[in-house]
Design a protein around this ligand. Structure first.
Ligand SMILES: Cc1ncc(COP(=O)(O)O)c(C=O)c1O
Length: 347
């Protein structure tokens, strides 16, 4: 942010580029973090017992079916490390979360990137068709980053029916909290009866804890054992464990924040429609948009927004050239984005 301010001579900027929460942690969470200061000379609980017990309770599974990680990123990386070898394949959608290709690269495995369907969601039939005897892992990002498109639990279940029962499938639900479909959360229920299914979630988005790095996975004991087999001891720090645990004790306060993000997402979407800016309807805390059809290109629009103090993500950095991804921020941040956009886009 400081570089952008000095590069463009700005007094303030709004950062809507990393799908972060505009909210700082809940006051009770800040208090719980502060209370840990005296104990930081000690290692954290390597097994994160209290946090795992709370997550297991929430999902009605055993503690041995829960893993926690240094962000959900760590658990996704662990999955690649545990399952992939040279000569094997991983399947994921394209464009999707930019980290998945690294799993293949790190293991010397082959990546099969299956293009998204025209609606911006996973083409689950094409992904199932790409599975062969070399496939060790399929990752489904739901809702998908960067498009925000959601596939229903029935569709995910249909995909699971198409692939072998012993093929590891990881559903990355980093943006689960912002989904407004009635079946939200049912994929994690499926994981109770489908031993090949693992669901990852994060405290980085709706819970506003991305700076602490904490996420979790729920699945079968064998999936969780695979993740544990490659994890470092003490992989999650004391402050993150305590903050996540305390956050889980305040579901109503967290839900209020989620509701605000969803209503702001609708407000931004309505404004984009009014401005004639094409975008993909999103179930995440972000919207993927295109420059309006007046010969304006995405890189120029990105730069133009920067000069007005608004940082969004250039889609070309996300494998989506010709687009921009804007995170839904606090109302004044969204106002700043919309007012910058209105001053650029001819009405
Ligand atoms: C799809 C997706 N999965 C996982 C993550 C990583 O989240 P965490 O902060 O829990 O590592 C992100 C972060 O932006 C994401 O977009």
């Amino acid at each position: 942010m400081a570089e952008v301010m000095s590069a463009y001579g700005l007094e303030s900027v709004v950062k809507l580029a990393s799908n972060e929460s505009p909210f700082t942690p809940l006051p009770a969470v800040e208090k719980a973090i502060a209370a840990q200061m005296d104990g930081l000379n000690r290692y954290p609980d390597s097994a994160a017992r209290d946090l795992k017990a709370a997550i297991a309770d929430r999902h009605a599974v055993g503690v041995s079916q829960v893993a926690v990680g240094n962000g959900s990123c760590e658990l996704i990386v662990n999955a690649g490390e545990a399952l992939l070898d040279p000569g094997t394949t991983i399947i994921y959608a394209d464009p999707s979360f930019a980290m998945y290709p690294h799993l293949a690269a790190a293991a010397g495995a082959d990546a099969i990137a299956v293009p998204l369907a025209p609606d911006g969601g996973h083409d689950l039939n094409a992904m199932a068709a790409a599975v062969d005897e070399r496939t060790r892992l399929v990752v489904i990002c739901n809702p998908n980053n960067p498009t925000g498109v959601y596939r229903s639990a029935d569709e995910i279940e249909g995909f699971l029916d198409l692939v072998p029962d012993d093929l590891a499938v990881l559903v990355d639900e980093a943006y689960y909290d912002f989904v407004t479909e009635p079946d939200r959360g049912r994929v994690s229920v499926l994981a109770r009866s489908r031993p090949n299914l693992l669901v990852t979630r994060t405290f980085s988005k709706a819970y506003g804890l991305c700076g602490l790095r904490i996420g979790y996975a729920v699945g079968s004991e064998s999936w969780v054992r695979a993740l544990q087999s490659v994890r470092q001891p003490f992989n999650t720090n004391q402050l993150a464990q305590v903050a996540a645990l305390e956050s889980l004790k305040h579901p109503a306060a967290i839900q209020e924040r989620i509701d605000e993000a969803i209503s702001e997402r609708e407000r931004v979407a309505d404004a984009l429609t009014e401005l004639g800016v094409p975008f993909t309807p999103s179930h995440g805390n972000f919207i993927l948009m295109e420059p309006p059809g007046s010969g304006m290109d995405a890189a120029a629009l990105h730069e133009d927004l920067l000069t007005r103090g608004v940082i969004v993500r250039n889609g070309s950095a996300l494998g989506c050239p010709g687009t921009l991804r804007v995170t839904i921020g606090a109302p004044p941040e969204n106002d700043a984005f919309l007012s910058a956009l209105r001053s650029i886009v001819p009405v």
